[in-house]
Design a protein around this ligand. Structure first.
Ligand code: SF4
Length: 71
């Protein structure tokens, strides 16, 4: 089960490319729309996604910890 979820507010994205620069592993650019796009939104590890969130000038990326559901 995924432990983290990426929340991305595409409307606020200004297409600056920073997330792609710091975390190419999970962030790609759609140059036609001039927006970023996460490759995966359900994650086992935060990896560089927190760097992407911290450096996003539009503050439109959040890394949310998913609570373990009781079995
Ligand atoms: S860093 Fe933020 S504003 Fe810049 S392309 Fe990525 S999501 Fe969009």
């Amino acid at each position: 089960m995924a432990k983290y979820r990426i929340e991305f507010d595409e409307e606020d994205c200004i297409g600056c490319g920073t997330c792609n620069a710091v975390c190419e592993e999970n962030w790609e650019m759609d140059y036609e729309k001039n927006k970023a796009r996460p490759k995966k939104t359900e994650l086992e590890e935060v990896g560089c996604n927190q760097d992407a969130a911290d450096n996003c000038p539009a503050n439109c990326i959040r890394v949310v910890k998913v609570e373990d559901s009781p079995e």
